[in-house]
Design a binder for this molecule. Structure first.
Ligand code: NAP
Length: 372
């Protein structure tokens, strides 16, 4: 409009000044200059808006805590005798930490200790790996005492990775009520008890990292995971609250949301015939990740003080869809969430539609089988 108004004005001026030999090429040149000027103004306006957006996002994003090196740190891993926990323990050992691993089965703990010791020369470096046989869902006083003993041997815990967990896949109606309680005890309360045991020391030293291991099933409800999802969603509510309470003490909380991961626990869940067909078909839509890649991403996010640890493309998409009022301390994530939320929501809804179609198909199949 700006160009059109001005071109009209110029055209009439030129017509009136025809005697002064204004040629058509001059008119075109002026029009071109105006078009270039207008484009330049638009680009500058967009740039200013983008810069303003980034500045606003930067201002609202939470600041990150001071980075703690893994070298020389005491890393405690619950569920450190198997799967994701064991891989985290091995990677931290590689990066110079002393390790304490917690689990119930003593012989599995000893095997894991040997595996961890095999990744670096512990004796030469003066570091140690210790086993803490413990049920994290037991009496909180016992949990506290066992963790205190580990701290006496290796020094105060700098990093706590809460990985101990169990899963269960069965339809809501078929799930024994005790299983709901068991999963809440191990997956949720187990993490609460261990964190309460190390937190006072971290607050005193103004230094620490706590990681909770949820699951993608802790971000959205999926057929067959009612007991498991309940326990993993609970972790998120608790962790969001905790991170706000401990931030002034330079302590960062990370919520990890692993996808299906190739671990003994994952294979155990797929054994037998409890896992409904719907759960298997829906889970198949996202592949199985290696425990090594998952553990490395969790460690990196914890070191960087990220609240959410998202793994893989689907994890990234899901994490951004469910981010809502979750804390965020990455400017890039905040920009992506601010710009893409609407689009991500549409993609998410199309996934849900697809899952509903799988459930409807299985239900029809079951009905037909019954009628025969
Ligand atoms: N693998 C996956 O696909 C996947 C996906 C998303 C989230 N996750 C989560 O990631 C975490 C690790 O999973 P994973 O697949 O690596 O599991 P895993 O291979 O089954 O290992 C579980 C570990 O937790 C320990 N544990 C279980 N119950 C315990 C208790 N009451 N007290 C102390 N230790 C206990 C186990 O040792 P003991 O049995 O000897 O106690 C073992 O060391 C879990 O929280 C799981 O829910 C896993």
């Amino acid at each position: 409009m700006f160009t059109a108004l001005f071109s009209e004005k110029i055209y009439f001026t030129l017509c009136r000044n025809r005697n002064k030999r204004f040629g058509i090429h001059r008119l075109l040149l002026i029009l071109l200059c105006l078009a270039v000027f207008q484009t330049y103004c638009s680009i500058m306006l967009y740039l200013v808006l983008i810069v303003l957006f980034v500045v606003v996002v930067f201002a609202v994003v939470s600041s990150k805590p001071t980075r703690i090196p893994l070298m020389g740190a005491h890393v405690m891993v619950t569920g450190g005798s198997s799967g994701i926990g064991l891989e985290i323990a091995k990677e931290c050992a590689r990066r110079g930490s002393s390790i304490s691993i917690i689990a119930r089965n003593k012989s599995k703990l000893d095997e894991a200790k040997s595996e961890i010791e095999a990744v670096v020369d512990f004796e030469a470096s003066g570091r140690k790996v210790i086993c803490v046989p413990l049920d994290v869902s037991g009496d909180p006083a016992d949990v506290k005492a066992a963790i205190q003993q580990a701290e006496e041997k290796l020094g105060p815990v700098d990093f706590l990775f809460n990985c101990a967990g169990i899963s269960h896949a069965q339809s809501f109606q078929d799930t024994d009520p005790d299983i709901f309680g068991r999963l809440i005890k191990v997956n949720y309360l187990g993490s609460v008890y261990c964190t309460q045991a190390v937190l006072p020391g971290m607050v005193k030293r103004k230094k620490g990292r706590v990681v909770f291991t949820s699951s993608q099933a802790g971000q959205l409800g999926l057929f067959g995971y009612s007991a498991y999802s309940g326990s993993k969603f609970a972790l998120r509510g608790m962790a969001e609250t905790l991170q706000m309470e401990v931030k002034p003490h330079n302590i960062a909380v990370t919520m990890a949301f692993p996808p299906d991961t190739d671990t003994p626990g994952f294979h155990l869940e797929n054994e037998g015939d409890l896992k409904p067909e719907e759960t298997k078909l829906i889970s198949e839509t996202s592949g199985v990740h290696s425990a090594t890649s998952v553990s490395k991403k969790i460690i990196e996010d914890s070191l960087n003080g990220e609240f959410m640890s998202l793994i893989g493309l689907e994890g990234f998409l899901l994490g951004n869809i469910v981010s809502g009022m979750s804390p965020c301390n990455s400017t890039m994530s905040a920009i992506i969430q601010g710009l893409m939320m609407g689009l991500f929501r549409i993609v998410g809804l199309s996934f849900l539609k697809n899952f509903d179609a799988v459930v409807a198909k299985c239900s029809k199949k079951r009905q037909t089988k019954k009628e025969k």
